[in-house]
Structure formats: structure tokens, C-alpha cells
Design a protein around this ligand. Sequence first.
Ligand SMILES: [Zn+2]
Ligand SMILES: [Zn+2]
Ligand SMILES: [Zn+2]
Length: 132
Amino acid sequence: MVTQRNTWQRERVRDALAGARGFVSAQSLHAALRDDNTGIGLATVYRALAGLAASGEADSLQSPEGEALYRACSMTGHHHHLICRSCGLTIEIEATAVEQWARETAARHGFRDAEHVVDIFGLCESCAAKQS
Ligand SMILES: [Zn+2]
Ligand SMILES: [Zn+2]
Ligand SMILES: [Zn+2]
């Protein structure tokens, strides 16, 4: 259980995240909050996002560049994402085949309590159409 002393700051970060389109980094969220003159520091944004992710209120993932990205998630429970790397469009997906593969692979190697993170990055239909 994480204790939150700066609750209003966490609320502001949560609101900003809900208003963002697709996955955003702590830095871009911090820039948006700075424009609103909230006075919330980058370290606080990082902490708030980590807290939201830990409590399941936000999704977090690593971009292909290794940056941590966050999103207010519309789906509860375990799921995966299809993300447009150009416009940030995100589709929540279930991946039954991946669940089975992960379970079987972990079991074959004697692993218990296995978890996995699988997100697909690509170009959405409209971005692909714009590029061709
Ligand atoms: Zn999600
Ligand atoms: Zn797109
Ligand atoms: Zn899965």
C-alpha cells in the first residue's frame, strides 16, 4: 500500500492523463501540467504515474526507444495494446493465443507466477494511408 501525501497532485496528474490521447511520457504530461501553472514538479509526476500504474488506474509500457509511457486505461484486468507509433491511437486487445503460449512456455521451464508484457507497435490504417 502506497501512502499518498500529495493527493491533489495525484488527482491533477490523473486528470491530465485521462485527457491525453494515447500513451504519453511523464515528461510530456509534465509539460502539459506546467502550461496550466500547477507548479507540479517532474519528480512528482513520475511518482504519481508510478502510483497510478501500481494501483491499476493506469497502464504503463515501454516504448521501442525504452521510454516509460502511461495511459489512463479503459480496460481492467490483464490485456494487451496495439499502438500507432505515429498518432498514438491505442486499441485494447485480448490475446488468448499469447496467454496460452506464455503459460505453457513458463511451465515447460518450471517457472511459476509468470507475467508478461506484450504490446504491438505499428502504423494505424489512416497513418499508413497518409504515408503511401
Ligand atoms: Zn490498456
Ligand atoms: Zn496512426
Ligand atoms: Zn497477456
